[in-house]
Structure formats: C-alpha cells, structure tokens
Design a protein around this ligand. Structure first.
Ligand SMILES: *[C@@H]1O[C@H](CO)[C@@H](O)[C@H](O)[C@H]1NC(C)=O
Ligand SMILES: *[C@@H]1O[C@H](CO)[C@@H](O)[C@H](O)[C@H]1NC(C)=O
Ligand SMILES: *[C@@H]1O[C@H](CO)[C@@H](O)[C@H](O)[C@H]1NC(C)=O
Ligand SMILES: *[C@@H]1O[C@H](CO)[C@@H](O)[C@H](O)[C@H]1NC(C)=O
Ligand SMILES: *[C@@H]1O[C@H](CO)[C@@H](O)[C@H](O)[C@H]1NC(C)=O
Ligand SMILES: *[C@@H]1O[C@H](CO)[C@@H](O)[C@H](O)[C@H]1NC(C)=O
Length: 509
C-alpha cells in the first residue's frame, strides 16, 4: 500500500483519528497508531488529555541555543520548563533534583500523566523539573510552529541529541543559579522520554546519577529485535483474552477489502461503521481500526483510565467480549464495529466517527521517524492478527523524501547510542539505570528485559502496559504495581545514598 501513515511515540506515521461530535468535555484525541501496511513506525501515545490531578508548579522559560553542536550564529529559542521547589530541602542538604525528560508533546500533559514523580518528591525532599522537548508544546524555535516546521532546514535541529543537550545545559545553569551544583540529579522518562532518560545517563554521567526509563524501546532499531515483535505483542494481548476474538479480527481485513470492492461497498462500510461523511478508501478504515488495536494494547491497564480515551479497566477484554458475545449470526463487520466502539465510543457520546483523511500533517514525530528514529516494523503471517506486511526501507525512504525532503539514517541511533550488544556495553560502561516494562505493552518488545549488572536493572511486569509505573497511584492498583514502584523507590534511594557517601568521603579528604 502506497499511503504512508504515522506513529506517535513512537509510532509509525500516525493516522490521526479524530472522534467527531464528542461532547466538549472530552479532549480531542489524536490517535496515531501503527499500521502494518505503512512505512512508518507506530506512534507512542497521543498528545491530548485533560489534567486530572492538581499539580503545583511554576512555568518558566529558558533561552537555549538552537544548535549545541556548532558555533554558527543561529537565533536562540525559548524552552519551557515546569519547576516545583515545594518539597526541595535545598542546596545545603544536597536535596535531589528529579528531572523528567520531556518527550514528543506538550510538557504539561506529561507532567499531568506522570503522577509517580510528583508523589515521591516529598519523601526525597526533591525538586521536580519537567523541561519540554524542543519543537513540541510551547518550546518552538523560529518564533512560530509554522516557521519551525517549514522544511528540512528549519527542522534540522529537531533531534534527540539536541534535546539531551538542552536538558544538560538547562540543569547545569539552573543548579548554578541555585548554588546547587552538588545536588544529585535523577532522570525519569516514559516511552521516548524513557529512551532519552537512559541515553542521557549514558552520555552525561557527570550530570545525572541515575535514570528510571519506563517502557523505553531503545532496542527497536535496525535488526536488534525482530521486526514483527510490536504487532505480535498487540496480537498476543487479544489472543490471551480469546482465540476467537483474535481470529475474528484476523479475518476481518479480507472481509473489509472484499466489501470495499463491491458496488456501493464503501457506502455500506460507511454505514456499518457509522462514519461521518463518506469513507474514501478501505485503507482509511483499516488504519483507523489498527490504530485502535495498537493503542488498546498500550493502555491495557487493569483499572479504568483516561489517558488517551476514557476506557474501562482491561479494555481488550471488554473489546473481545463485544466481538465474541454478539448473537449467533452477527456478521464479522458488525462484531468488529461493536468491539471497536469500546475504544472509540466508550462514553456513548459519539454520534459518528470521523476518520482523518490527512494523516501526513507536519508532525514532529514524523520528522524524527524520518531522520533518526527509524523503527522497522513488519506484520507476520501467522502470529499477527494484522494484515501481513514486510518492512520496506526503500518505500520508507521514498516517503520521507516526499514528505520532508530528508533521507532517514536507519543506522545512526545504534551508532550514537549503541544497541547491538547492549548487555556487554552497559555492563562495562554504565550504571544506575532502571528499565521498567510491562509485557502487555507492545513497546516492551524493544525494551531491555534482562538484568545487566548490579545497578542496571530490568523490572518486568507481566501484567503491565505502557509505563503504568509512572502514572499516579490509584486505589485500584494491583499488588504487583505497588511492589514495582516500591522497588523503584528503593533503587533510587540507593543511588542517592551512594552519592552522598562518596561526597562525604571526598570532603573528608
Ligand atoms: C515564555 O515564552 C513564550 C514565547 O516564547 C511566551 O509566550 C511566554 O509568555 C513566556 N513565559 C514566561 C513565563 O516568560
Ligand atoms: C527552507 O525555508 C527557508 C526559508 O524560507 C529557506 O531559506 C531554505 O532554503 C529552505 N530550505 C529548503 C531545504 O528548502
Ligand atoms: C539563571 O539566572 C539568570 C539570571 O537571573 C537567568 O537569566 C536564567 O534564565 C536562569 N537560568 C535558569 C535555568 O533558570
Ligand atoms: C455511541 O454510543 C451511544 C450509546 O450506546 C450510541 O447511542 C451511539 O449511536 C454510538 N455512536 C456511534 C457512532 O456508534
Ligand atoms: C519496496 O519499495 C520499493 C519502492 O517503493 C518498491 O519498488 C519495491 O518493489 C518494494 N519491495 C517489495 C519487496 O515490496
Ligand atoms: C533484576 O534484579 C532486581 C533486583 O535488583 C529484581 O527485583 C528483578 O526481578 C530482576 N529482574 C529480572 C528481569 O530478573
């Protein structure tokens, strides 16, 4: 299929799904999920959500260089960061600084969805800092989004390396301003932010003493992990609920294609799936469906949540109940419609579904996916419930050239940060990183799932989904989640304790 799609966090070029006619109380959702037929990686989670918690912080700006790696004169830009010193015990007592590595979206949204960091700051006496990633939210160079996203020349400074350098420069200057040079910095991050946190610990060990990298697929590059793993994991999430649910979804693609080829087939599909306006192609419908399945796997949390969409607990179980539980004689397409309504219409507020027909909008993650973040993805013939697809690098590259006038460098990330022999490298040259992953999360396929050394630790939650550990605690948290967070706290305390001990020894000399 020629049409490209997109990924948010990490995802292929995401298909932007806009659910129309939602009551104004609901946030707009840009679901950008993977499509196996597309050249793009699926996206990490979307960008919009309401703040649920009252989090107190101050919003500040910091003037950053556009290019940290040259001495050419470029205009500077204003990086937004959120800061709270409410619980910080201050420089004299070497109060720690918790720095969340902002990822591909509005930093206020990540702050609101990273309750863990806010909840533990008081017991550590820590300052909390959420710097925004350049080119996202309000941290836009060249004065406006339109200018910044104009072309490959203006987008050239949107890279992970520049973002890490932003964090490094900001924290260094901030510490100097507070006379807090000796305060230890601990990094946090989820998804792409988790990748940044772990990479920052490796690249700037003198700036941060440790990193909690949650659901960070740092191995989802080149051939480090099988290309099929992402879609296989999504598929397994459905299969573990019910084989017939998996089979119905697997069969549905051919049914949709056949229906679409009939006279008036697209009209019929429009009616069956209650789409606003008229469906333009079966591909648009298929993209919309596979977006939902991929996101469902990411947010397959054990309790009701409202991360991307309002959803019940164990949402995949609920989808499969609808697909399997429809009366005998219900058609495959009607079953799919009922199932998918759990995702797109859980609140029952949606009058009709609007499928965005322009998924190519200039989007920061699409640019990153077209430059450094090339995560090859295929869909296997038997193990996946999605249509079979083999990743095609030439097609991917052609599309990037068309969209941005840029050529992806699929080997750059592993050259810059490693990946091929991560265990040996991290064992020798790294320390103090927690890689946490939930095995229900399709991104866990590209995660570090093995303990590497005494202090580079993999925490694996078989029942966990996308960075659930970073979310605020709830009354419904299962025991394993409570234990997981307790282990993380213990490990972080250990890093800080070691740091203080070293400081004391040095000052004794
Ligand atoms: C930060 O900068 C943005 C524009 O770059 C501006 O709109 C905003 O008012 C500034 N905020 C503060 C707190 O200075
Ligand atoms: C991008 O736009 C700027 C400003 O219009 C222009 O100077 C530059 O040559 C353009 N670059 C490319 C690669 O088209
Ligand atoms: C540090 O202080 C200077 C001078 O007051 C200010 O311009 C700068 O923005 C501060 N930097 C940070 C990171 O807060
Ligand atoms: C959404 O759910 C409500 C309540 O079940 C229903 O009345 C409505 O028709 C559904 N919308 C669509 C587009 O299916
Ligand atoms: C990969 O994409 C290129 C360019 O679009 C195309 O010519 C080629 O046939 C594709 N390869 C396969 C195996 O589909
Ligand atoms: C790694 O070690 C920690 C203890 O530091 C342990 O809790 C965890 O279960 C181990 N992880 C794996 C994947 O074995």
């Amino acid at each position: 299929m020629a049409k490209p799609k997109s990924f948010d966090l990490l995802l292929l070029i995401a298909v932007n799904v806009i659910v129309a006619a939602i009551l104004t109380s609901s946030p707009p959702s840009v679901a950008a999920a993977a499509s196996p037929s597309s050249k793009w990686a699926p996206r990490f989670l979307g960008k919009f959500s309401r703040k649920t918690e009252q989090i107190r912080y101050e919003t500040r700006n910091f003037s950053q260089r556009l290019d940290h790696f040259s001495f050419s004169e470029n205009p500077r830009f204003s990086q937004r960061y959120l800061i709270s010193t409410e619980h910080w015990v201050g420089p004299d007592r070497l109060g720690p600084i918790f720095l969340y590595c902002g990822n591909e979206g509005d930093i206020a949204w990540f702050a609101a969805n990273t309750g863990f960091v806010w909840e533990i700051a008081p017991q550590f006496g820590a300052m909390v800092l959420f710097p925004e990633h350049r080119y996202y939210g309000k941290s836009i160079p060249y004065g406006s989004r339109e200018e910044a996203y104009r072309n490959a020349t203006t987008l050239a400074y949107l890279t992970a390396e520049q973002a890490l350098a932003d964090f490094a420069v900001l924290i260094t200057e901030l510490k100097r301003n507070f006379s807090a040079e000796d305060c230890p910095v601990v990094l946090f991050g989820g998804s792409y932010g988790g990748m940044l946190a772990s990479w920052m610990r490796l690249k700037y060990p003198h700036i941060a003493i440790g990193a909690l990298a949650s659901s960070a697929p740092i191995l989802q590059f080149e051939d480090v992990v099988p290309k099929e793993i992402f879609y296989d994991l999504v598929s397994n999430d459905f299969k573990r609920e019910s084989t017939s649910c998996f089979n119905t979804i697997k069969e549905s693609w051919d049914v949709i294609t056949a229906e679409g080829e009939k006279n008036d087939g697209l009209l019929q599909l429009t009616k069956t799936f209650r789409i606003c306006g008229k469906l333009k192609s079966t591909e648009d419908l298929m993209d919309w469906l596979d977006s939902a399945y991929s996101y469902l796997a990411m947010v397959n949390y054990p309790y009701p949540s409202n991360f991307l969409m309002p959803l019940p607990g164990h949402p995949i179980r609920e989808v499969c109940k609808k697909i399997d539980g429809s009366p005998v004689g219900t058609s495959t397409l009607e079953r799919i419609f009922r199932g998918i309504s759990v995702y797109y219409n859980y609140t029952g507020d949606v009058e009709c579904f609007k499928l965005d027909d322009d998924p190519h909008g200039m989007d920061g993650w699409n640019w990153q996916a077209c430059t450094e973040m090339v995560m090859p993805m295929s869909s296997g013939r038997d193990t996946s419930m999605f249509p079979a697809y083999d990743f095609n690098l030439s097609a991917y590259q052609e599309q990037c050239w068309k969209d941005f006038g840029v050529r992806p460098r699929p080997r750059w990330i592993t050259t810059e940060f490693g990946g091929h022999d991560i265990k040996a490298d991290l064992e020798r040259f790294g320390s103090n990183i927690i890689f946490s992953n939930g095995l229900l999360d399709p991104w866990s396929g590209g995660g570090v799932l093995q303990n590497i050394s005494e202090s580079i630790v993999a925490l694996v939650a078989p029942e966990g989904a996308h960075h659930i550990d970073l979310r605020a605690s709830t009354n419904e948290d299962p025991d394993w989640l409570v234990d997981l967070r307790a282990t993380e706290i213990k490990l972080i305390k250990g890093w800080i304790g070691d740091y203080y001990q070293r400081k004391r020894k040095v000052s004794d000399i």
